[in-house]
Write a protein of this length. Structure first.
Length: 396
């Protein structure tokens, strides 16, 4: 096995069990290693530190599989890690019976570059690192044996793969697309999932608990759902008794799916739902000009800052969108606002929203800080895994 030797003093992050090793920390590679091969990492003094996958094309030169020198990285390794990841979720009562569930959350489950989501008896696998890509067959086999799923679809089409020197990879690894599509039940609301062309792995499972929180607030209220995608927040608001839900997205196809999702739920009144294909920024300004108001506004925008270097530009966009939303909220109403940008931390996001509240001439209180659902855990050694952060504000 090849060995990555670190520069003096560069072992601190690994001693804290952070799973990434950056290129600037590496002194040299001893031996030969191809992309994705398993290598040992040692300090400048020769102390063994970790075992991980080698990625010569990436600034993340190695991603750690194991911090135990006696743990081999082989087919059995993935079988153990995947079984343990699933067992952790089975131990959480709030996840019992969920038809849509994240089974593996990459670094936070000890499997860097590996994400797996289950929708009924279909598992969607996403591999974003060269090390994970190398072990595709073992990972898929272990998932099948651990879940008994009928189908596995690979959605390794994230742009992150290019940084690892990898092309996109998609297709059925097990089984084939079901003739009647994939539909899940989430807190009593049926939603179609497009695992082939939908966002992420087909659905935003991380917002499950937050959608339910909206349902609890919605009774008798007028709700504006911005960046609504296929209507997850919208349908939960309707299920919670909202008197009207206005849903806005720039994607026509997403809105078609949202209407289809509404039709899957005959218990919901379509007369209470209005769908708008529009730019959200422009739509918010137009509704302010028309002197409209809403009791609840939901802002769940796409990623404005994929990394920290984009944070300044993204901060302006987050402030602008929150400012426009705050101007539409009736006194005593609520703003449910999110950022899924890894380059924007919770403290910065809260300060951006606070500045927007000030510029809007309003006052507001934090009712709750919002985060991803329990099947999206965050390792204390890997705080970067906490990409989704949100605030529920009550606005005067």
């Amino acid at each position: 096995m090849a060995i990555l030797i670190l520069k003096s003093g560069k072992e601190k992050s690994l001693l804290r069990r952070h799973p990434w090793l950056f290129a600037g920390s590496v002194e040299r590679l001893e031996g030969r290693a191809r992309p994705g091969d398993t290598v040992d990492v040692v300090s400048a003094e020769g102390r063994w530190l970790a075992r991980g996958s080698y990625s010569p094309a990436s600034q993340i030169r190695a991603r750690v599989w194991a911090f135990d020198e006696n743990e081999a990285v082989d087919h059995a390794f993935f079988k153990r890690r995947i079984a343990a990841s699933i067992a952790r979720r089975e131990a959480l009562p709030e996840l019992a019976g969920q038809q849509g569930l994240r089974l593996i959350h990459a670094e936070s489950d000890g499997l860097p570059g590996v994400t797996a989501d289950r929708y009924g008896d279909t598992v969607v696998l996403q591999l974003t690192s060269v090390g994970a890509d190398k072990w595709r067959a073992a990972i898929a086999d272990s998932l099948h044996k651990a879940t008994g799923c009928a189908r596995i679809y690979e959605r390794s089409d994230s742009g992150v793969r290019a940084m690892e020197g990898l092309a996109a990879a998609t297709g059925w690894l097990l089984g084939a697309a079901p003739e009647d599509g994939i539909v899940i039940d989430e807190h009593g609301v049926r939603m179609a999932v497009d695992v082939v062309a939908g966002h992420k792995t087909g659905f935003y499972l991380d917002q499950r608990d937050n959608r339910r929180r909206l349902a609890g607030l919605a009774a008798g209220r007028r709700v504006l759902n911005c960046f609504c995608y296929t209507g997850g927040f919208s349908l939960q608001a309707l299920a919670g008794g909202a008197r009207e839900v206005v849903s806005v997205d720039s994607s026509g196809p997403a809105l078609v799916t949202a209407r289809q999702n509404l039709a899957l739920n005959p218990q919901l009144d379509p007369a209470c739902a209005l769908w708008r294909e529009a730019d959200v920024f422009e739509e918010l300004r137009a509704r302010k000009k028309a002197d409209e108001s809403f009791d609840i506004v939901v802002l769940d925008p796409p990623k404005f800052a994929p990394s920290a270097k984009h944070a300044e530009r993204a901060a302006r966009a987050y402030k602008d969108i929150n400012l426009a939303a705050l101007r539409l909220i009736a006194s005593g109403g609520f703003l449910m606002t999110y950022s899924c940008s890894g380059g924007i931390g919770l403290e910065l996001f809260q300060s951006i929203v606070a500045a927007a509240v000030l510029d809007a001439g309003r006052s507001a209180r934090i009712v709750s800080r919002l985060q991803g659902a329990a099947d999206h855990p965050v390792s204390l050694a890997f705080p970067e895994g906490e990409y989704l952060k949100g605030l529920l504000l009550q606005v005067d």
